[in-house]
Design a protein around this ligand. Structure first.
Ligand SMILES: Nc1ncnc2c1ncn2[C@@H]1O[C@H](COP(=O)(O)OP(=O)(O)OP(=O)(O)O)[C@@H](O)[C@H]1O
Ligand SMILES: C[C@@](O)(CCOP(=O)(O)OP(=O)(O)O)CC(=O)O
Length: 439
């Protein structure tokens, strides 16, 4: 008899830290050396979608990321998320009828297939691991029938996948308390203001590189913990006070203060990377030029109209307010004209119209006299603050009825010499085939 396949699909956002997490006191379960706070970016623009399917006919767990199958057993983090969710499994019920589809004690006979896609660059310093592990945790928790009352435990499970993932389960402003306990049950995220708290807040992502970075966050922060005295000082003496100031600033919607604290924190995080031995470089010349331009823009405007922050990669995330958005976008577009023009990547017609009619502050050209860095930025995303992980309708499923991915990655393009060789083989094979046919 054919076994049924039970599946569901969820989406999860990325988040950008205003005060960064960098460094672990326990690398096995991702316990940080300092607390952090982030804003959740709107998943209308940047998101991970994950479909999970369970069936008695599956003989092993499988996972496809962006159309390519990954070895589930090779990833300690994926295994941890599976293990922790399974340990809390309940009944799977039909969401419409409430009928029990899989009983709590039947789960041992079922394996799970995961199909996940990021609609933005993976492992390029845009928090793909945050969105990805939040998505995996949330999707499995729904499949295995975990009750909503386990939200705190879910945060800890996502954290075991990737530290920053615990902050992507919720929307708005999210704080991750470092906790003190060795088992990590008090190291979890909580929403401190929801996505409706500050609708004026806008985000531009300047993608400087969308290729996989050479030093992962996990590896980079471990070397920093082992070698950087500045990091130890930052965690103990700087972050606690800065977090308190940041909380007061976003609660009172004080943009100038939020931007300043965020920029200072990004700069200090990258300073600890430089203080790491051997040093880790995530920002590049384009990133540093963006920093310089933002400071010049704020000075030229006579107020803080923009702030920047950089995760473990060269891409800039700019925060601004709705009323300043055309100015900030115009400055970015003028000084860092992207390879893919903004007309091709920005959905809002009104923003594009405002961009054309907005003059740059006159003093900017003297405060930032450098020539435009043409092509240094690949493309620009515009987004805002959004909600946390959520269930999607079945129509958004990434898997067919049998649980396999609807889309697979195209095989990597062959280099030219390989193409010639393949052509030669094809021609030779054709001759052989013709010969055979003629016989
Ligand atoms: N959708 C996903 N589902 C499961 N795992 C994912 C997903 N997306 C990314 N990952 C995992 O996260 C890894 C990337 O994490 P990494 O921390 O190196 O980069 P990042 O998250 O893009 O950058 P950063 O955290 O510094 O902003 C990938 O190699 C993959 O193992
Ligand atoms: C620079 C950061 O983005 C670092 C994120 O690191 P990860 O959460 O990706 O690291 P792991 O816990 O090892 O998976 C800062 C932040 O998001 O707070």
């Amino acid at each position: 008899m054919q076994q049924p396949v039970f599946s569901l699909t969820i989406s999860s956002p990325t988040n950008i830290a205003l005060i960064k997490y960098w460094g672990k006191r326990d690398a096995k379960i991702n316990l940080p050396i300092n607390s952090s706070v982030s804003v959740t970016l709107n998943q209308r623009d940047l998101r991970t979608v994950t479909t999970v399917s369970a069936s008695r006919s599956f003989s092993r767990d499988r996972l496809w990321l962006n159309g390519e199958e990954e070895d589930v057993n090779a990833s300690r983090r994926v295994l941890a998320v599976f293990r922790e969710v399974r340990a809390r499994a309940g009944d799977l019920r039909d969401p419409k009828t409430g009928q029990v589809l899989v009983r709590k004690d039947e789960w041992d006979g079922l394996r799970v297939w995961v199909v996940s896609e990021n609609n933005f660059p993976t492992a390029a310093g845009l928090a793909s691991s945050a969105a990805g592990y939040a998505a995996l945790t949330f999707a499995l928790s729904k499949l295995y029938g975990l009750p909503d009352s386990l939200a705190d435990e879910l945060s800890c499970i996502a954290r075991m996948g990737s530290g920053s993932a615990c902050r992507s389960l919720a929307g708005g402003f999210v704080a991750w308390d470092m906790g003190q306990r060795a088992d990590g049950v008090d190291s979890r995220a909580r929403q401190v203001a929801d996505e409706a708290h500050w609708p004026e807040l806008q985000v531009l992502v300047l993608v400087v590189s969308d290729t996989k970075k050479t030093v992962s966050s996990t590896a980079g922060m471990q070397t920093s913990v082992d070698t950087s005295p500045l990091l130890a000082h930052r965690a103990a003496a700087v972050v606690p006070g800065r977090l308190a100031e940041m909380e007061a600033a976003y609660q009172s919607r004080d943009f100038g203060k939020v931007a300043e604290l965020m920029m200072r924190d990004s700069n200090q995080f990258h300073a600890t990377c430089l203080d790491t031995y051997p040093p880790v470089f995530y920002m590049n010349d384009a990133s540093r030029a963006i920093v310089r331009m933002v400071h010049a823009l704020n000075e030229a405007a006579g107020e803080t109209v923009c702030g920047y922050t950089f995760d473990a990669g060269p891409n800039a995330v700019l925060l601004t307010l709705k009323r300043h958005l055309p100015t900030v976008l115009a400055a970015a577009n003028t000084h860092f004209p992207p390879k893919r023009p903004v007309e091709a990547t920005l959905a809002s017609e009104s923003l594009l119209a405002a961009l054309k009619s907005t003059p740059l502050p006159p003093k900017l050209s003297s405060l930032y006299p450098l020539a435009p860095m043409r092509g240094a930025v690949s493309y620009i995303y515009h987004t805002d603050v959004g909600p946390g992980a959520m269930l999607l309708p079945d129509s958004e499923s990434l898997a067919g009825e049998d649980g396999t991915p609807l889309r697979l990655a195209a095989p990597a393009a062959s280099p030219p010499h390989q193409k010639l060789l393949l052509a030669a083989i094809a021609i030779a094979a054709g001759c052989v085939a013709l010969k055979v046919a003629r016989k």
